[in-house]
Every structure is written in C-alpha cells, then in structure tokens.
Design a protein around this ligand. Structure first.
Ligand SMILES: Cc1ncc(C[n+]2csc(CCOP(=O)(O)OP(=O)(O)O)c2C)c(N)n1
Length: 330
C-alpha cells in the first residue's frame, strides 16, 4: 500500500458512503417510477467513488458546487438523507422546503451550495465562491464537480482562467463518464480534453481512475493539501462510467451493449467490497453495517412519503429575494 493510500478504516467508511449513495439513488429511481418525484432525475450510479473520495477530505465549512447529477455530491458532503429525499418528493420538510427538487437541492449548513441544471454554470460560481473565501483570508476549500460535457462550454475557460489568475482555493473535479446526455463526449471534444485544457491555463492537474476509491481518496488528499496551503487551484480528471442512462427514464438502448456490460462487471461497489473482505474485515460485521445503510435509506423514503406538501399559501415564498441582499450563503 502506498503511503498516500488509506488504511482499511478509510476504505470501509468510504464503501459505506458509496453504498449510501447507491441505495439512495435506487430508492429515488423507484420513487420517480411511482410518480412521487416530479421532473427529471439524473442517477449517479457508478460514479460514487468520486464524490466519496473527494469529500472525505473536506471539512463541513468547505464549500461545494454540484451539477444536475448531484445527489451523490450532496450525500458525500454530509447532507442528511431524510430531508434530501423529502426535497426530491417536493415536501415542505425538504432541504429547500420542497421547492428545489433534485436539480436545485442545496444545504448551506454543510457547505453544499447547490446542484445546478445549467451545464458548466457552477464552474464560474465556484470561482466566485473561492474568490470570496480568499478575500476573507479564510483557509476554506471550494470543490466544483462537473461532467466531461461541461469542458466544452464557455464557463469552463472563464472559471479556470479566473481561478488560476487569482490563485484561488478551488478544486475542479471533472467526472469523465464518457457521455454528455446521449452523445459520446469524444465526438464533440477537440484536442485532448479537459485535463490538457486545464494544464494549458497553468493548473496543477491530477488524472485518476474515478472508479477506484483508494485512488480517488489519494487524489482528493493531494488536491486538498495543495489548495488549502494556498498553492492555487487544482484540476482533477476522474475517469469513470455512467452505469445507467442519462436520466431515470432513459433506458440507454442507444449505447453499445458490450461496453455497458463490461463496465457493469467492473462496478466499483462490489469490487471494493471484495477487496475489503480480502483484507480481513469480517463479513458479518460488514453485513450489519450494510443493513444499517439500507434501513436509513428506507426510513428517509418512508418519512418523505409521510410528509406534507408545502401549502399553496407559501407558493411565492423563496421565489425572489426581497430582503437584505447582503444575506450570504456562507
Ligand atoms: C447549458 C446547458 N446546455 C444543455 C443542457 C442539457 N443537458 C443536460 S445534462 C447534459 C449533458 C451533460 O453532460 P456532462 O456535463 O458530461 O454531465 P453528465 O450528464 O454526463 O453527468 C445536457 C447537454 C443543459 N442542462 N445546460
């Protein structure tokens, strides 16, 4: 084991976070099929090691910007499951009072500044948040997750350049699942992609197998140590694969069957479980922990289902800021 790699406890904690994300996603997909979740839902299944490995090194007061595929980021940053599920169900006890839903969920109390339905838009928001952190002289770190499709949008250049020029404490994590909605990203990306573009701007760049929790933990640790010590922004290129279709209703029949089967066979969760057991962890103890995770997710589902919708009288609250514009998110 390399010195930067985690010990067995780090792997077990990480595995259980990944399982929490996976089980939450399976429950959310089920709820979507039962018409309990309205609007589109983008599952994070297959990519759990990235959010888990990255967020394992963050403090609660560190900040995070997420995407349309944001449930995993939110859970890994520490958002509680029941209010999150309620948010997806549009219930009044949801994290955003049931008005944000899957694509606009946020939890400022754990530094989760928001999912974002506009591809790439969170990159400039992250640069802005990092600029404010630096202006205040704080040692907080900002992490921004986005997909490989986002590197072809304007905010990618703008955000990375700004972060580099002002030496900002931000980690850009590109989750390269090889697809942008239903298009192979390689067919619409010039040159060598996000990593090469980040390097050309001057960012420290880390390339990592995003399906390996040990590798992601090591990459996250290195990135946080660079950024928190004031050595400027970092770009992580995390290679992964989206196991499901683009959305909960996309059966992804347009994809190459051989490729999908190959990646399903390399599902990071069972592989990590097998590794943990091979390193001597007792299976009965792991089974008990797994049962606890599944119970927590089921309780979150049941609680959301039993919760009330926001009253119609509050429909126009939270829609527009009418109070003090100085009220900050962090
Ligand atoms: C500015 C913008 N253009 C188009 C869309 C429609 N759209 C939603 S998700 C998506 C694909 C994004 O791909 P990627 O950034 O790789 O993330 P992934 O879905 O693979 O996680 C697109 C094009 C959007 N939401 N925002």
């Amino acid at each position: 084991m390399n010195a930067a790699q985690p010990g067995p406890d780090g792997l077990i904690d990480g595995y259980l976070t990944m399982l929490r994300i996976r089980e939450f996603e399976l429950a959310a997909i089920r709820a979507h099929g039962e018409k309990l979740v309205h609007g589109t839902l983008h599952p994070y299944i297959g990519q759990e090691a990235i959010a888990t490995g990255m967020c394992a090194h963050l403090r609660q007061d560190d900040l995070m910007l997420s995407t349309h595929r944001g449930h995993g980021h939110c859970i890994a940053k520490g958002a509680p499951l029941a209010p999150m599920m309620s948010e997806l169900f549009g219930r009044e006890n949801g994290l955003c009072g049931g008005k944000g839903g899957s694509m606009h969920v946020a939890d400022f109390s754990v530094g989760m500044l928001g999912a974002n339905g506009v591809v790439g838009a969170n990159i400039v928001l992250a640069a802005g948040a990092a600029h404010e952190v630096k202006r205040r002289g704080e040692d907080r770190v900002v992490v921004c997750f986005f997909g490989d499709g986002a590197v072809n949008r304007g905010p990618f250049l703008e955000g990375l350049n700004w972060a580099q020029v002002f030496d900002l404490p931000v980690i850009f994590v590109c989750e390269d699942n090889q697809h942008s909605a239903s298009t192979r990203t390689s067919t619409m990306t010039g040159g060598e992609g996000g990593g090469a573009r980040a390097r050309s701007i001057g960012l420290t760049t880390i390339d990592v197998d995003g399906n390996s929790l040990p590798d992601m933990l090591a990459a996250g640790k290195e990135a946080v140590s660079i950024v928190r010590s004031g050595q400027g922004p970092v770009f992580i290129h995390a290679r992964t694969f989206r196991v499901t279709g683009h959305t909960a209703t996309d059966l992804a029949q347009w994809r190459d069957t051989e490729e999908v089967e190959r990646h399903a066979a390399a599902d990071p969760l069972p592989l990590l479980r097998a590794r943990i057991l091979s390193e001597g962890h007792r299976e009965d103890e792991l089974l008990a922990e797994e049962r606890r995770v599944r119970t927590d997710v089921q309780l979150a589902y049941d609680k959301a289902l039993a919760s009330a919708l926001p009253p119609a009288t509050r429909a126009f609250e939270d829609v527009q800021v009418t109070g003090n514009p100085q009220i900050g998110a962090f």
